[in-house]
Ligand binder design. Structure first.
Ligand code: AVJ
Length: 326
């Protein structure tokens, strides 16, 4: 299920990447064999995908990351005030752990930071960087799929636990799956943990569409990269130039939907299977749900959390919520 990364556990790195590729192979074949083809968005994040996402966050149109960072900078002292000495910060899907530095700076009596992520490279990079920057905090990475329950080492589990899930990554999930994930996080953080979570807010469609169709085409490259990831990791034969990037707004569900659209009729060999794509046929690659504050609090309650504080930016583009175990 998971293992704690320690410098001399190099061997496990290998084993687990093969597991990861098997998971990718099964999900890819299953998704492309369906009537409505799809590829799960977690496979965006190979090394190149993580780089492209960082580049997206620097695009003028993509407001979520810089807006959330500004909110966190403003509310970190208040979060620190409510955090007892010797607590543990647990981050789900930590990626580059860049935003986390704001919390680690404010949480000056923290005992340990536990980043959980599927990307070994990202975890190793974060551990090296943060151990140097915050020598008083023990960095204890866990390589795992954060949507599955993780069991903390007893010496950590007995402490006060603060969860962190920024970026509105919760928005990738349909409401039922989002409730399940919030329940899993509550189990990990129980009995008296808190969760600091970012949720992108509903806004005018033009602004949303611009954020997922940036002028520079970085989101398009990020979307297509999942095909190159499959070619690199699984030896498939996708030609990414034969697929168009599409990001549209679904007002009924309040979400951005991303697809790869086949630019022509084509057949691609995928793990020994010929997968045929008609011209214009779409592969769904990502949902990005947008919330109202009340709507997000209702979702959290359905997962058994008690919504507490909410922080937003002056333009109410983004929100950061503090959820408490009841
Ligand atoms: C990292 C999932 C929050 O949905 O906005 C960015 C990923 N997709 N541009 C998002 C993403 C397209 C991002 N999350």
């Amino acid at each position: 299920m998971f293992e704690e990364i320690d410098d001399n556990l190099q061997d496990d790195f290998e084993v687990s990447s093969t597991q990861r590729d098997n998971d990718f192979a099964q999900a890819l074949l299953a998704g492309l064999s369906k009537k409505k083809k799809s590829i799960p968005c977690r496979f965006f994040y190979d090394g190149r995908g993580s780089e492209l996402f960082e580049e997206i966050t620097r695009q003028p149109e993509y407001y979520p990351t810089r807006t959330e960072t500004a909110i966190l900078r403003a509310c970190a002292p208040e979060i620190a005030q409510g955090t007892p000495s010797g607590a543990v910060l647990i981050e789900f899907g930590s990626g580059s752990s860049l935003k986390t530095e704001l919390l680690l700076t404010a949480l000056d009596k923290l005992h340990a930071y536990v980043p959980i992520d599927i990307s070994h490279d990202a975890l190793a990079e974060a551990k090296a960087r943060l151990s140097k920057k915050f020598p008083r905090i023990a960095v204890r990475p866990i390589a795992a799929d954060f949507s599955r329950p993780v069991k903390l080492d007893p010496d950590l589990a007995k402490r006060s636990l603060l969860g962190f899930f920024p970026g509105s990554t919760i928005g990738n999930l349909e409401p039922d799956a989002a409730i399940d994930l919030l329940k899993t996080m509550r189990r990990v953080l129980s009995p008296e943990g808190r969760l600091i979570i970012g949720a992108d807010l509903r806004k005018d469609e033009k602004r949303l569409l611009a954020a997922y169709n940036d002028e520079a085409g970085v989101t398009a490259a990020f979307n297509r990269n999942v095909l190159m990831h499959a070619n690199r990791a699984l030896g498939t034969h996708f030609d990414p130039d034969r697929f168009e990037h599409s990001a549209t707004y679904d007002s009924e569900h309040g979400r951005i939907d991303m697809h790869l659209v086949s630019a022509r009729s084509q057949t691609v060999r995928v793990l020994g299977h010929d997968i045929h794509f008609k011209k214009g046929e779409r592969i769904h690659t990502e949902h990005s749900h947008k919330y109202t504050i009340e709507g997000f609090q209702a979702l959290a309650r359905k997962a058994g959390w008690s919504p507490d504080k909410v922080w937003t930016d002056p333009d109410r583009l983004f929100s950061v919520h503090e959820l408490r175990c009841p």
